[in-house]
Design a protein around this ligand. Structure first.
Ligand code: SAM
Length: 274
Protein backbone atom coordinates (compact mmCIF):
# COMPACT_ATOMS: atom_id res chain seq x y z
CA UNK A 1 0.00 0.00 0.00
CA UNK A 2 1.36 3.46 -0.90
CA UNK A 3 1.86 6.18 1.69
CA UNK A 4 1.89 8.95 -0.93
CA UNK A 5 0.24 12.11 0.36
CA UNK A 6 -1.27 15.01 -1.59
CA UNK A 7 0.91 17.42 0.45
CA UNK A 8 4.06 16.30 -1.38
CA UNK A 9 4.45 17.27 -5.02
CA UNK A 10 8.26 17.50 -5.51
CA UNK A 11 9.99 14.57 -7.24
CA UNK A 12 12.65 12.67 -5.27
CA UNK A 13 16.09 14.33 -5.27
CA UNK A 14 18.91 11.95 -6.06
CA UNK A 15 21.66 14.14 -4.59
CA UNK A 16 19.87 14.05 -1.21
CA UNK A 17 19.63 10.25 -1.30
CA UNK A 18 15.85 10.40 -1.47
CA UNK A 19 14.31 6.94 -1.72
CA UNK A 20 10.92 7.15 -0.08
CA UNK A 21 9.57 4.08 1.71
CA UNK A 22 6.22 2.98 0.36
CA UNK A 23 5.83 -0.55 1.75
CA UNK A 24 3.35 -0.42 4.62
CA UNK A 25 4.54 -3.74 6.05
CA UNK A 26 8.15 -2.53 6.28
CA UNK A 27 7.06 0.78 7.82
CA UNK A 28 5.00 -1.08 10.44
CA UNK A 29 7.97 -3.35 11.19
CA UNK A 30 10.18 -0.29 11.80
CA UNK A 31 7.63 1.27 14.18
CA UNK A 32 7.30 -2.09 15.94
CA UNK A 33 11.10 -2.36 16.28
CA UNK A 34 11.34 1.17 17.72
CA UNK A 35 8.41 0.44 20.04
CA UNK A 36 8.10 3.99 21.42
CA UNK A 37 7.20 4.25 25.11
CA UNK A 38 5.65 7.18 27.01
CA UNK A 39 8.29 9.79 27.78
CA UNK A 40 10.65 8.71 24.98
CA UNK A 41 12.18 11.57 23.04
CA UNK A 42 12.15 10.37 19.43
CA UNK A 43 14.24 12.13 16.78
CA UNK A 44 13.95 11.11 13.13
CA UNK A 45 16.74 11.87 10.66
CA UNK A 46 15.51 12.61 7.12
CA UNK A 47 11.71 12.33 7.43
CA UNK A 48 11.27 12.92 3.68
CA UNK A 49 7.59 12.69 2.85
CA UNK A 50 6.76 11.28 6.26
CA UNK A 51 6.60 7.54 5.52
CA UNK A 52 7.89 6.66 9.01
CA UNK A 53 7.14 10.05 10.57
CA UNK A 54 3.35 9.89 10.47
CA UNK A 55 2.96 6.31 11.71
CA UNK A 56 5.41 7.16 14.54
CA UNK A 57 3.42 10.30 15.33
CA UNK A 58 0.13 8.34 15.29
CA UNK A 59 1.63 6.01 17.86
CA UNK A 60 3.67 8.47 19.96
CA UNK A 61 2.06 11.90 19.32
CA UNK A 62 5.37 13.80 19.66
CA UNK A 63 8.39 13.71 17.38
CA UNK A 64 11.35 15.84 16.35
CA UNK A 65 12.61 15.52 12.77
CA UNK A 66 15.79 16.79 11.12
CA UNK A 67 15.40 17.43 7.38
CA UNK A 68 17.78 19.21 5.01
CA UNK A 69 15.48 19.56 1.97
CA UNK A 70 13.74 22.94 2.26
CA UNK A 71 10.99 21.85 -0.17
CA UNK A 72 9.83 19.24 2.34
CA UNK A 73 9.59 21.46 5.41
CA UNK A 74 6.22 23.09 4.70
CA UNK A 75 4.39 20.00 3.41
CA UNK A 76 5.74 17.94 6.31
CA UNK A 77 4.55 20.51 8.84
CA UNK A 78 1.13 20.73 7.19
CA UNK A 79 0.61 16.99 6.84
CA UNK A 80 1.77 16.36 10.43
CA UNK A 81 -1.12 18.34 11.93
CA UNK A 82 -3.47 15.39 11.49
CA UNK A 83 -1.10 13.07 13.40
CA UNK A 84 0.47 14.84 16.39
CA UNK A 85 3.05 17.42 17.44
CA UNK A 86 5.99 17.61 15.05
CA UNK A 87 9.07 19.72 15.73
CA UNK A 88 10.95 20.26 12.46
CA UNK A 89 14.65 21.13 12.51
CA UNK A 90 15.62 22.35 9.05
CA UNK A 91 19.35 21.53 9.09
CA UNK A 92 22.05 19.25 7.79
CA UNK A 93 21.99 16.47 10.41
CA UNK A 94 25.80 16.53 10.56
CA UNK A 95 25.59 19.99 12.13
CA UNK A 96 23.02 19.01 14.77
CA UNK A 97 24.33 18.72 18.32
CA UNK A 98 22.55 15.58 19.59
CA UNK A 99 23.89 16.18 23.10
CA UNK A 100 22.26 19.61 23.24
CA UNK A 101 19.07 18.13 21.80
CA UNK A 102 19.08 15.46 24.51
CA UNK A 103 19.81 18.01 27.25
CA UNK A 104 16.52 19.69 26.38
CA UNK A 105 14.71 16.36 26.43
CA UNK A 106 14.55 16.09 30.22
CA UNK A 107 13.26 12.49 30.39
CA UNK A 108 15.25 9.25 30.55
CA UNK A 109 18.41 10.96 31.77
CA UNK A 110 18.17 13.36 28.85
CA UNK A 111 18.69 10.75 26.16
CA UNK A 112 17.17 10.75 22.70
CA UNK A 113 16.20 7.82 20.47
CA UNK A 114 17.25 8.20 16.84
CA UNK A 115 15.32 6.74 13.92
CA UNK A 116 15.89 7.13 10.20
CA UNK A 117 15.85 5.78 6.71
CA UNK A 118 19.19 7.45 6.11
CA UNK A 119 20.48 9.06 2.91
CA UNK A 120 22.88 6.26 1.89
CA UNK A 121 25.57 8.64 0.60
CA UNK A 122 25.89 10.01 4.16
CA UNK A 123 25.46 6.88 6.23
CA UNK A 124 29.03 6.56 7.54
CA UNK A 125 29.36 10.30 8.41
CA UNK A 126 26.00 10.14 10.22
CA UNK A 127 27.03 7.02 12.14
CA UNK A 128 30.35 8.58 13.21
CA UNK A 129 28.56 11.83 14.12
CA UNK A 130 26.16 9.83 16.30
CA UNK A 131 29.11 8.04 17.96
CA UNK A 132 30.49 11.40 19.06
CA UNK A 133 27.23 11.90 20.96
CA UNK A 134 26.77 8.27 22.04
CA UNK A 135 26.14 9.09 25.70
CA UNK A 136 23.19 11.30 24.70
CA UNK A 137 21.60 8.56 22.60
CA UNK A 138 19.58 5.66 24.07
CA UNK A 139 19.31 3.75 20.82
CA UNK A 140 19.21 4.09 17.03
CA UNK A 141 17.11 2.31 14.41
CA UNK A 142 18.44 2.98 10.94
CA UNK A 143 17.68 1.79 7.42
CA UNK A 144 20.96 1.51 5.53
CA UNK A 145 22.43 -0.35 2.59
CA UNK A 146 22.48 -4.03 3.51
CA UNK A 147 26.16 -4.16 2.62
CA UNK A 148 26.85 -1.44 5.22
CA UNK A 149 24.79 -3.25 7.89
CA UNK A 150 26.76 -6.43 7.14
CA UNK A 151 30.02 -4.51 7.68
CA UNK A 152 28.71 -2.90 10.88
CA UNK A 153 27.86 -6.27 12.44
CA UNK A 154 30.75 -8.38 11.09
CA UNK A 155 33.23 -10.16 13.38
CA UNK A 156 36.84 -11.33 12.93
CA UNK A 157 37.34 -13.75 10.06
CA UNK A 158 34.53 -12.25 8.00
CA UNK A 159 35.54 -10.73 4.66
CA UNK A 160 33.60 -7.57 5.55
CA UNK A 161 35.04 -7.15 9.07
CA UNK A 162 36.79 -3.79 9.07
CA UNK A 163 37.11 -0.29 10.42
CA UNK A 164 33.36 0.47 10.47
CA UNK A 165 32.49 -2.61 12.51
CA UNK A 166 35.39 -2.27 14.93
CA UNK A 167 34.61 1.39 15.57
CA UNK A 168 30.86 0.91 16.01
CA UNK A 169 31.01 -2.29 18.04
CA UNK A 170 33.39 -0.72 20.58
CA UNK A 171 30.75 1.88 21.38
CA UNK A 172 27.46 0.12 20.59
CA UNK A 173 25.69 -3.21 20.50
CA UNK A 174 24.90 -3.72 16.81
CA UNK A 175 21.90 -5.89 15.87
CA UNK A 176 20.76 -6.31 12.26
CA UNK A 177 16.96 -6.64 12.33
CA UNK A 178 15.61 -7.36 8.83
CA UNK A 179 16.40 -6.94 5.13
CA UNK A 180 14.41 -4.68 2.81
CA UNK A 181 14.23 -5.15 -0.99
CA UNK A 182 14.55 -2.24 -3.47
CA UNK A 183 10.84 -2.51 -4.36
CA UNK A 184 9.90 -1.14 -0.92
CA UNK A 185 11.02 2.36 -2.00
CA UNK A 186 10.09 4.97 -4.60
CA UNK A 187 12.29 5.36 -6.57
CA UNK A 188 13.88 1.97 -5.84
CA UNK A 189 17.59 2.09 -4.89
CA UNK A 190 20.01 -0.11 -6.85
CA UNK A 191 20.95 -2.07 -3.73
CA UNK A 192 19.31 -4.14 -1.01
CA UNK A 193 18.71 -2.40 2.31
CA UNK A 194 18.48 -3.51 5.93
CA UNK A 195 17.28 -2.13 9.25
CA UNK A 196 19.75 -2.20 12.12
CA UNK A 197 19.50 -1.40 15.83
CA UNK A 198 22.42 0.26 17.62
CA UNK A 199 22.42 0.55 21.41
CA UNK A 200 25.28 2.62 22.83
CA UNK A 201 27.18 0.84 25.60
CA UNK A 202 27.30 2.42 29.05
CA UNK A 203 30.34 4.77 29.14
CA UNK A 204 32.03 2.69 31.89
CA UNK A 205 31.77 -0.51 29.82
CA UNK A 206 33.39 0.99 26.71
CA UNK A 207 36.76 1.18 28.47
CA UNK A 208 38.61 3.19 25.82
CA UNK A 209 41.13 5.53 27.51
CA UNK A 210 42.05 7.67 24.50
CA UNK A 211 39.32 7.83 21.84
CA UNK A 212 41.48 9.59 19.23
CA UNK A 213 44.24 7.00 19.62
CA UNK A 214 41.74 4.10 19.39
CA UNK A 215 40.37 5.58 16.17
CA UNK A 216 43.90 6.06 14.74
CA UNK A 217 44.98 2.51 15.63
CA UNK A 218 41.88 1.00 14.00
CA UNK A 219 42.24 3.23 10.93
CA UNK A 220 45.90 2.31 10.42
CA UNK A 221 45.41 -1.38 11.20
CA UNK A 222 42.78 -1.69 8.45
CA UNK A 223 44.44 0.86 6.15
CA UNK A 224 46.40 -2.00 4.64
CA UNK A 225 44.37 -4.97 5.77
CA UNK A 226 46.63 -7.60 4.17
CA UNK A 227 49.61 -6.39 6.21
CA UNK A 228 50.51 -7.68 9.64
CA UNK A 229 49.86 -5.35 12.57
CA UNK A 230 53.62 -4.95 12.99
CA UNK A 231 53.78 -3.34 9.52
CA UNK A 232 50.39 -1.64 9.37
CA UNK A 233 50.97 0.08 12.74
CA UNK A 234 54.61 1.01 12.17
CA UNK A 235 53.67 4.72 12.37
CA UNK A 236 52.07 4.17 15.78
CA UNK A 237 54.37 1.73 17.58
CA UNK A 238 56.84 -1.14 17.26
CA UNK A 239 56.23 -4.89 17.53
CA UNK A 240 57.27 -4.97 21.20
CA UNK A 241 54.56 -2.44 22.08
CA UNK A 242 51.94 -4.60 20.33
CA UNK A 243 53.18 -7.68 22.13
CA UNK A 244 53.12 -5.83 25.45
CA UNK A 245 49.37 -5.40 24.93
CA UNK A 246 48.99 -9.17 24.57
CA UNK A 247 48.33 -8.96 20.82
CA UNK A 248 50.29 -10.89 18.18
CA UNK A 249 52.31 -8.46 16.00
CA UNK A 250 52.23 -11.06 13.20
CA UNK A 251 48.41 -11.12 13.09
CA UNK A 252 46.41 -9.13 10.56
CA UNK A 253 43.73 -6.61 11.59
CA UNK A 254 40.93 -8.80 10.24
CA UNK A 255 41.86 -11.48 12.82
CA UNK A 256 41.74 -9.17 15.86
CA UNK A 257 38.69 -8.95 18.17
CA UNK A 258 37.24 -5.56 19.09
CA UNK A 259 38.25 -6.09 22.75
CA UNK A 260 41.86 -6.69 21.62
CA UNK A 261 41.87 -3.42 19.66
CA UNK A 262 40.66 -1.64 22.81
CA UNK A 263 43.40 -3.33 24.90
CA UNK A 264 46.04 -2.46 22.30
CA UNK A 265 45.04 1.22 22.09
CA UNK A 266 44.85 1.50 25.90
CA UNK A 267 48.27 -0.11 26.26
CA UNK A 268 49.76 2.30 23.70
CA UNK A 269 48.12 5.23 25.51
CA UNK A 270 49.71 4.10 28.81
CA UNK A 271 53.12 3.61 27.15
CA UNK A 272 52.92 7.12 25.66
CA UNK A 273 51.95 8.68 28.97
CA UNK A 274 54.64 6.78 30.92
N1 SAM B 1 12.23 8.89 5.84
C1 SAM B 1 11.78 9.01 4.47
C2 SAM B 1 11.29 7.67 3.98
O1 SAM B 1 11.63 6.66 4.61
O2 SAM B 1 10.58 7.63 2.99
C3 SAM B 1 12.89 9.55 3.57
C4 SAM B 1 14.17 8.76 3.56
S1 SAM B 1 15.31 9.24 2.30
C5 SAM B 1 16.21 7.73 2.11
C6 SAM B 1 16.53 10.25 3.16
C7 SAM B 1 16.02 11.58 3.69
O3 SAM B 1 17.13 12.27 4.28
C8 SAM B 1 15.47 12.53 2.63
O4 SAM B 1 14.29 13.11 3.11
C9 SAM B 1 16.55 13.59 2.46
O5 SAM B 1 16.07 14.84 2.04
C10 SAM B 1 17.12 13.63 3.87
N2 SAM B 1 18.50 14.15 3.94
C11 SAM B 1 19.48 14.02 3.01
N3 SAM B 1 20.62 14.60 3.45
C12 SAM B 1 20.34 15.10 4.69
C13 SAM B 1 21.11 15.82 5.66
N4 SAM B 1 22.39 16.10 5.44
N5 SAM B 1 20.52 16.17 6.82
C14 SAM B 1 19.21 15.87 7.05
N6 SAM B 1 18.44 15.20 6.16
C15 SAM B 1 18.98 14.81 5.00
Amino acid sequence: MSTRSPHFTEPAKKHLGQHFLTDRGIIDSIVLAVDPRPGDRLVEIGPGQGAITFPLLDRHKELTVIEFDRDLIFPLTEAARAHGTLEVIHRDVLTVDFTALARNAGDEGGQIRLVGNLPYNLSSPILFHALEHASAIRDMHFMLQKEVVDRMAAGPGSKVYGRLGVMLQAYCHVTPLFDVPPGAFRPPPKVDSAVVRLVPRAPESIGIDDHALYSAVVRDAFGQRRKTLRNALSNQCDAAAIEAAGVRPGARAEQIEVADFVRLANSLARQRNA
